[in-house]
Design a binder for this molecule. Structure first.
Ligand code: AKG
Ligand code: ABU
Length: 491
C-alpha cells in the first residue's frame, strides 16, 4: 500500500483547520489529507467495475469509479478506498462538500419525500409550497435587479429556455398588437418562417453553453462536441485573448477587447433589427479554457446590446453560486443595468433562468412549457444550499481562500516558466486556472496530481482549472500546493 505521506511535500501534514472552519463544522471526520490505497488510479476495483459498466453505458470518459457513500467534505473516495482532495467536484457542481449533513437533513425531510414521490407537472399542477420554496431559495439568491425565475432541468435546458424566451419576446415586439396570422400558423408547422423565427442567438468564440440543439449551436469551444449534429446558422463574435500578467499588458489587452467589441457590434449591425434576439456570454469561458475579460469589456457588451435592443443572457451555469468570490460572477462587473437573463445550474443543483421584464414571459401559456418545468426536489436542495451559503458566509470565505491561494500558486508556478504560464483568476475566489506549454504536459500534470491524491480538471486545449467546493479552505489549499509542487517537479 502506497501512503501519500511518503510522496508529498510535508506542507500539508502540519496544516490544521482554522477556528471558524465551516469544513470542520460540517465534517468533523473529513480526512486531513489524501489517502492512497492503490499504486495507481484507477485501481483494480475501479477498473473492474468500469469494465462491467461499459457493457451497458458509455463510460469511456471515466477517470475512476467513485464511492459516494464514503466521500466526505472536500474528499472523494473511489471504489478502491483511495481518498482524493477533489478540486474538480463533478465538473464544478458540488457546492457544500460531499455528504453534507445539512443537505442530508433536507434529503431526509418529509418535504423532500413528498417532492420526490409526487413530482408535479409544475406549470399545470404546481404544489402549494412551490412559491415559498422558490422565495426562500432560488429567488432569495436572485442576481441584483432580478425577481422572476423560470426553472429548467439542466444547464443546457436553462440556456435553451432563455433562448426561446428571447425569440418570443422579439417576435412579440415585431408583431405588435396583432394576433398570429394564418400564414404564421401554417408555416410554423412546416418549420419555416414567418411562423418559425429567422432570428439568431449570437455567442462568442470558445464559449460553451450546452449540448442540446439550440445550446450546442451557441457552443464554440471544441469541434468534437458539435460534429455530425445539425446546427442553426447563428453568428459567432471573437472573445478577447488577453495577455498575462494583466498588469504588464494593459494597453494590448484594452486594444484586444476593443477589437472584439467592434466586431461584436458589426455582426449585430449586419442583421435587420430584432433579428439578433439575444447574445449569450459566460463571465469566464470555462469549458473553453477559463478565458477572462475585464469588467469594462462586459459593460461594453451591455451598452451595445442596449443600443441595438438585443437581449443579454449571462450564462452563470458554471460561474454562479459563490466560487468567484461573489454569489454571481457578473456582480464583479458592476453593470449600469442588469443583464436581461441569467442562467444557472451546476452548484445550485437546480437549473433555470432569472429575469425581471415580464415580457420575457410569452403572451400565452404552453409556449414556454414541458411536463416538469423544473423539479421541486432540486429547488429544495437549492434552497438549502443558499441558506447554508448565507449562514456560513461561504462567498466571503471563498474570496478569502482564493486570496490565500493565488499568490502561493503564482510562486509555485513561477518556478517552472518552461512548463506553465498565464495564471488567471486573481481576486476571483477559487475560480483559478493556468496554462501549460502543450496538452501533453497538462494531461501528465493532471495524472501526476491524481497519483498524489488530488483531483484537478482540465479545460480548453492546454489549461488546468480549479473548481473546489465553497468549503475548500486554506488547509485544503496547502494540500493542493504541496501536491502541485511535487507534480511539477515530476513533469
Ligand atoms: O462537457 C460538457 O458537456 C459540460 C462540461 C462543462 O460544463 C465543463 O467542462 O465546463
Ligand atoms: N467538458 C468536458 C469535461 C469532462 C472532462 O473533464 O473530461
Amino acid at each position: 500500500m502506497l501512503r501519500l505521506s511518503r510522496l508529498l511535500s510535508k506542507r500539508w501534514l502540519s496544516s490544521s483547520k482554522p477556528a471558524g472552519s465551516t469544513a470542520a463544522h460540517y465534517f468533523p471526520h473529513e480526512p486531513k489529507g489524501p489517502h492512497l490505497a492503490t499504486d495507481s488510479i484507477p485501481g483494480p476495483k475501479s477498473q473492474a467495475l468500469n469494465d462491467e459498466l461499459g457493457q451497458v453505458f458509455d463510460n469511456r470518459a471515466t477517470y475512476f469509479v467513485s464511492d459516494y457513500t464514503n466521500s466526505v467534505g472536500n474528499y472523494i473516495s473511489d471504489a478502491d478506498g483511495n481518498q482524493l482532495l477533489d478540486m474538480y467536484c463533478q465538473i464544478s457542481s458540488i457546492p457544500l462538500g460531499y455528504s453534507n449533513p445539512e443537505l442530508l437533513k433536507a434529503a431526509r425531510s418529509d418535504e423532500m419525500a413528498n417532492a420526490l414521490i409526487n413530482r408535479p407537472a409544475l406549470a399545470c399542477f404546481p404544489s402549494t409550497d412551490y412559491k415559498q420554496i422558490l422565495q426562500d431559495g432560488i429567488l432569495a439568491a436572485a442576481p441584483p435587479g432580478h425577481n422572476k425565475v423560470w426553472t429548467a432541468l439542466s444547464g443546457s435546458d436553462a440556456n435553451e429556455t432563455a433562448f426561446k424566451a428571447a425569440f418570443m419576446y422579439q417576435a412579440a415586439i415585431k408583431r405588435g398588437s396583432r394576433d398570429f396570422s394564418a400564414e404564421e400558423m401554417a408555416s410554423a408547422m412546416e418549420n419555416k418562417a414567418p411562423g418559425c423565427s429567422d432570428g439568431v442567438i449570437l455567442s462568442f468564440d470558445k464559449g460553451f453553453h450546452g449540448r442540446l440543439f439550440g445550446s450546442l449551436s451557441t457552443t464554440r469551444s471544441k469541434a468534437i462536441h458539435k460534429l455530425d449534429i445539425p446546427a442553426f446558422p447563428w453568428p459567432k463574435a471573437p472573445f478577447p485573448a488577453l495577455k498575462y500578467p494583466l498588469s504588464e499588458n494593459v494597453q494590448a489587452n484594452q486594444a484586444e477587447e476593443q477589437r472584439c467589441l467592434d466586431a461584436f457590434e458589426s455582426i449585430i449591425e449586419s442583421y435587420p433589427p430584432h433579428t439578433v434576439a439575444a447574445i449569450i456570454v459566460e463571465p469566464v469561458q470555462a469549458e473553453g479554457g477559463d478565458n477572462h475579460a475585464s469588467a469594462a469589456f462586459f459593460q461594453g457588451i451591455r451598452d451595445i446590446t442596449l443600443k441595438h435592443k438585443v437581449l443579454m443572457i449571462v450564462d452563470e451555469v458554471q460561474t454562479g453560486v459563490g466560487a468567484s468570490g461573489k454569489f454571481w460572477a457578473h456582480e464583479h462587473w458592476n453593470l449600469t443595468t442588469p443583464p436581461d437573463m441569467v442562467t444557472f445550474s451546476k452548484k445550485f443543483q437546480a437549473a433555470g433562468f432569472y429575469f425581471h421584464d415580464k415580457n420575457l414571459q410569452p403572451n400565452q401559456p404552453y409556449r414556454q412549457f414541458n411536463t416538469w418545468c423544473g423539479d421541486p426536489s432540486k429547488a429544495i436542495i437549492a434552497k438549502t444550499i443558499y441558506q447554508e451559503v448565507v449562514k456560513h458566509g461561504l462567498v466571503e470565505k471563498t474570496a478569502a481562500t482564493g486570496a490565500y491561494l493565488y499568490p502561493q500558486l503564482q510562486a509555485v508556478l513561477d518556478k517552472h516558466p518552461d512548463k506553465v504560464l498565464n495564471l488567471r483568476g486573481e481576486n476571483f475566489g477559487t475560480f483559478i486556472a493556468w496554462d501549460f506549454v502543450d496538452a501533453g504536459a497538462r494531461n501528465k500534470l493532471l495524472a501526476e496530481m491524481r497519483a498524489r491524491g488530488v483531483n484537478v480538471g482540465g479545460c480548453g486545449d492546454v489549461s488546468a482549472r480549479l473548481r473546489p467546493t465553497l468549503v475548500f479552505e486554506n488547509s485544503h489549499a496547502d494540500v493542493f500546493l504541496g501536491a502541485l509542487e511535487d507534480s511539477l517537479k515530476a513533469l
